[in-house]
Design a protein around this ligand. Structure first.
Ligand code: FMN
Length: 207
């Protein structure tokens, strides 16, 4: 057994270990707009859903490693209070990763990469047209535990989904085998292929 005192490691060492242990992580391909309406897209895998009432979506946005301050996504969310989480299927991994390149502020990744956009229903930032689902979010809180990281807490207020993905009568989602991609670590991703069912046992008297 190896035991490590994480509090004594350098932040980058903690990052390398923990992001390789806490896997898989979902990918939020986040679209935002700056004050002038320029659309930004970037992926974030410090991301998950944390409840349904309110429906909380949380992102961990670290500042640029070269010390140049917050990423465009963090600045846009702070300024406009809105963002859209686009869900990434394996066919979208190429453009999703391409949008993570360090484009300067003022450059629109969807523009550079030729990504089609579609209007959102409840927030100003558009969604990525080819994403199978997109969650429209409004900023609730920004938590700051360090000068180099923003934890963004958003409320999910709208869901756009490709035709046929959602059965709104039963509130069922059918991915038809084409599940969102799972991020492992560094440049490694996985497809969800073997799905097993494990119902929670009902205890006596439970309804
Ligand atoms: C799959 C993937 C996941 C990422 N997750 C994060 C993350 O959780 N937090 C973060 O700060 N950067 C993350 N990045 C890096 C950002 O996407 C990258 O810094 C990007 O250039 C930020 O763009 P922006 O300045 O337009 O917001 C990730 C990159 C990839 C490819």
């Amino acid at each position: 057994m190896t035991w490590l005192d994480l509090t004594r490691l350098a932040p980058m060492e903690r990052y390398k270990l923990l992001t390789a242990v806490v896997i898989p992580r979902p990918v939020a391909w986040v679209t935002t707009q700056d004050r002038a309406g320029l659309v930004n897209a970037a992926p974030f895998s410090f991301f998950n859903l944390f409840g349904q009432d309110p429906a909380l979506v949380i992102l961990g946005l670290e500042h640029h490693r070269d010390g140049s301050g917050p990423k465009d996504t963090a600045r846009n969310i702070a300024e406009t209070g809105e963002f859209v989480v686009n869900i990434v299927t394996p066919d979208l991994v190429g453009p999703m990763v391409a949008s993570a390149a360090a484009y300067p502020a003022g450059v629109s990744e969807p523009g550079v990469l030729g990504l089609a956009l579609s209007p959102s229903g409840r927030v100003a930032p558009p969604r990525i047209a080819d994403a199978p689902a997109a969650i429209e979010c409004r900023l609730l809180d920004r938590l700051r535990y360090s000068d180099e990281r923003d934890i963004v807490v958003g409320e999910a207020v709208g869901l756009a989904a490709r035709e046929g993905l959602i059965d709104t009568g039963r509130m069922h989602v059918d991915w038809a085998g084409a599940f969102p991609v799972a991020r492992l670590f560094a440049d490694r991703y996985a497809r969800l292929e073997e799905i097993a069912r494990h119902p929670i046992p009902r205890l006596t008297g439970e309804t």
